[in-house]
Design a protein. Sequence first.
Lengths: 328, 215
Amino acid sequence: MEDRLLVTPAPHMKSTKTVQGLMLDVVIALLPAAIAGTILFGFRSLLVILASVASAVASEAIYQKAVKRPVSINDFSAVITGLLLALTLPPDVPVWIPVIGSAFAIVIAKQVFGGLGYNFVNPALAARAFLIAAWPLHMTRDWLNPMTYEALSSATPLVGFNATGQAGLTLTQMLLGQRPGSIGETCILALLLGGLYLIVRDVIDYRIPLGYLGTLALGTWIFGKPGALFQGGALSGVFLGGAFIGAFFMATDYVTSPVTQRGRLYMGIGAGLITLVIRLWGGYPEGVTYAILFMNLVTPLIDNYVIPRYYGSGHDAKARKAAGGETR
Amino acid sequence: MNKNKASLGYDFIKGFIQENPTFSLAVGMCPTLAVTTSLVNGFWMGVAVIFVLTFSNVFVSLLRKVIPDEIRIPVFIILIATPVVIVELVMKAYMPAMYNILGIFVPLIVVNCIIFHRAEAFAYRNPVLNSAMDALGSGMAFTLNLMLIGGIREFLGTGQIAFGSAVFPKVPLFEPAAVMLTPPGGFITLGALMALLNIAVARASKRKKSESQVG
């Protein structure tokens, strides 16, 4: 009889969502971008993606075996980290770069801090920042031209755009991703498809990408053209570089983004502002990585100050105060 | 006599594992992170600290009965600053290149936590010989630590290790990671070594425990 009485603490509402299911949704959402990258930049980029994913999963399994924790490679979170890192790499990097990068992401940025749910920054972005600092030449020069697969000899479109305010690309080219860039960042349509899928499936909150891309577009429109205000190319500012993949797939990481809806909007706006500042006035051509990493660090602060009103609280006290009554 | 000898040995040896300044006490972090971009830098920084630490420990210990408790910290500072100035002038005169590399971190030995810590925690309440052994042990462990961190960072960051004119040859197919020479590389190396030492100590104490249980 006693066995049939189940006593559990609140909350009592249960969701059918599982970590595995959510992560699988993110993998599915990233596939269009990965396929687009493979078509645009050729077999090499597929090799980079596979090496990165394999290294991420292997690192997770080996580390967890070594420290005698349960091996959790079945939850797909390592697959996502590997996939995300690969999609932000230039297509022509040597294969050992994604291998070392993914191992760094999993071991140093994630597992050392306690594994999934305990990492204080996005592991894929931490690894990308590490790779930029470690092998800057590979990370900023190994670009390929789309479809021809030839090495790029000039600067990427974003560098030109930051300097002149001119993208030099048509809207169709930008949407289809026909420009040199990281493997998974160029094809806006594929990223939009994946991002909308995640929003519709209620995996991510639309507020982070909206705040991020909105702020970046607005800021680029105001300041994007050197020597003139309100004449910048808002769309190019959002479509070039890594803002799209960052806004939909990196900044929305559950562990490192605020828990409240308003907080998420603030995080998006903050990341957009920092990206803009680094692009236009900073030393690096692209600021998405550092912007999101910085907002990851600020997330506990946002969560501390942005506290939603309890249902039913607030109004009463205000009304009483207005009536001149006791405000207790 | 025998007991005293054993404790002298212990005072020397404890600086390497139990009271390892870098990896177990985590003191003296500024030079540990700042000057360990190469093995040689770490070595000379360590030598400077060994000299200052021995000097200050011996004199603090000699004067421990006459230093008033209330003003012991200012007195320690004077006793530490003297050898630091000696080191600084000698380095400036005989190895200006190394002095330029170590830069501000040579005068900053005055406020190095290792030296303060050994003066306050050990030399102020122990005999002279023990204090000297304690200083040598801590100083040599610190030097080894800096050389280890510096060696790892130099090898990963430049692909070779240079000690004077002898250069450890470059490994083919290895592209040095510039990040290891920057502060993040220092933190990563320090953290990894600290973790490894903790694991080793934990394993050793576990084994000792199980052995004593069996025996």
